[in-house]
Design a protein around this ligand. Structure first.
Ligand SMILES: [Zn+2]
Length: 393
């Protein structure tokens, strides 16, 4: 008995680490059974990350570990070694592409190492920092493979994944009625992009995955899988698995940070850079309400934020809330016209341009009410796999 971990087998041909694991499980000797497949998302800023930046692991049960390891040696040589060096496709085209460098590990027992897992979801890890395991194969992918095995799974969600037939290509066929039924199940989540009304269950682009359904419970994932796989117009699959996963757990985040805004710059595309008492924070336009709220804040506002820091130590905001907003100094309004009064020059008071009423009040304090009172986060479609939806907090 033991745990197998696998990562970084994506390739231009459209491979996916989940599918490689599925094939590996299909090919296991009859004397070996498996349980608890897991899909573990890792640090999103990892330079050599794979497309979805996910590693997989599974528990293998056998009376004969030596036989299993011989089988794994062979399987590695025959099916995985050839994937090395393939350049993966990416949904982030601005990112430098690294060739796949698959890695696999075997651990005869379940070692729980929370500290290692936490580092793997929130920071960079070097190959030489890996804890010792019973056996390993390959290169860089061993990092994710190890993290997937060592994940303590203190909290988890589930994802049911089905793969397309080997010959299938082009548009994915999913039964509409079954899709709606799956979305309406109480345990499934992130099924639909509420803004565009499009389904999030089928991946776009080159991938052997037909669909992936996220669920808060294992039963919910199983039920959804059956409904969609058996849908009248759903194309045939070559198989499916329900994975235990760290998606939507928020495991990658540390405690929220309180900071005072020192300055703000709004970049061309609507991204916002905030210089704060706790370093530089960035809100990308795609982060929706976070970007809007960041555009609204001014110097002196006190914020609570959370996110991951990149290599330059810039905090990429994933959660934001205004703790206290400073008031704004504004010209008073004309009591007759309700229009803002204008200064007549230094120390000469104010005048209403419309009715000529004058006033010697220079400024009035105006309380600023944030556009969002509570925490905000990016819309589902641009949220990280690891991010916990606010409604579940
Ligand atoms: Zn007036």
């Amino acid at each position: 008995m033991g745990w197998l971990g696998l990562d970084d087998t994506d390739s231009l041909k459209g491979g996916c680490t989940t599918e490689v694991l599925f094939q590996l499980l299909e090919d296991l000797p009859d004397t070996v059974t498996f349980r608890n497949p897991r899909l573990v998302r890792l640090w999103p800023f990892a330079k050599q990350r794979t497309r979805g930046n996910a590693a997989v692991a599974v528990e293998l049960i056998t009376e004969n570990e030596t036989e299993l390891l011989t089988h794994l040696d062979l399987w590695w040589e025959e099916h995985i070694v050839s994937l090395k060096g393939e350049v993966g496709t990416s949904d982030h085209s601005e990112r430098t592409q690294y060739p796949a460098d698959p890695g696999m590990i075997w651990s005869s027992e379940l070692i729980v190492n929370e500290a290692f897992y936490k580092s793997a979801v929130s920071s960079h890890i070097e190959l030489q920092d890996l804890p010792e395991v019973t056996r390993y194969w390959g290169g860089n992918g061993r990092i994710g493979a190890t993290a997937a095995v060592l994940w303590p799974a203190n909290q988890c969600t589930y994802e049911a994944i089905a793969w397309r037939d080997n010959e299938a290509e082009g548009r994915r066929q999913l039964d509409d009625e079954a899709l709606t039924e799956v979305e309406d199940l109480k345990d499934t989540f992130l099924c639909r992009n509420p803004k565009l009304g499009t389904s999030l269950l089928a991946p776009r682009g080159n991938s052997p995955v037909l669909f992936g359904i996220r669920s808060w419970t294992k039963e919910g994932a199983q039920q959804a899988l059956e409904i969609l796989e058996q849908g009248k117009d759903t194309e045939p699959t070559k198989g499916s698995l329900v994975f235990e996963t760290n998606q939507a757990t928020g495991d990658h985040l540390k405690r929220p940070i309180e900071a005072v805004v020192r300055s703000k710059s709004i970049l061309k595309k609507g991204h916002v850079v905030l210089e704060t008492s706790e370093g530089t924070w960035i809100a990308f336009r795609q982060s929706g309400h976070i970007a809007l709220l960041s555009q609204w804040v001014i110097k002196g506002d006190m914020l609570i934020g959370n996110g991951l820091r990149d290599e330059e130590n810039v905090l990429h905001l994933e959660l934001l809330k205004v703790k206290k907003s400073v008031s704004e100094q504004k010209r008073p309004l004309c009591i007759r016209c309700n229009k803002s009064m204008k200064s007549m020059g230094k120390n000469q008071g104010l005048r209403c341009k419309k009715c000529n009423l004058t006033s010697d009040r220079g400024w009035v304090e105006v309380k600023r009410i944030p556009p969002f009172k509570d925490w905000v986060q990016p819309p589902a479609s641009s949220r990280r796999h690891l991010s916990k939806p606010l409604e579940e907090k």
